[in-house]
Design a protein. Structure first.
Length: 66
């Protein structure tokens, strides 16, 4: 019975981890979505462009442009 409970917990953890989406930092050749912003905390969505400049990185276009 213990091994069944352990298996169920393991299965639940695997499902949760597999659904986690990890985005990488934006670069000139990186496709969206990717992380933009000064600290890489702004998600630049599909169709957007992360504009890298001295004033800080900004996502232009996509569904985040508002």
């Amino acid at each position: 019975m213990f091994s069944l409970k352990l298996f169920v917990v393991f299965l639940a953890v695997c499902i949760c981890v597999s659904q986690a989406i990890v985005y990488g930092p934006c670069s000139e050749n990186n496709t969206t979505p990717c992380l933009c912003g000064n600290n890489g905390n702004d998600l630049c969505s599909y169709g957007g462009t992360c504009q890298l400049n001295s004033n800080g990185n900004t996502c232009i276009g996509g569904s985040n442009d508002g």
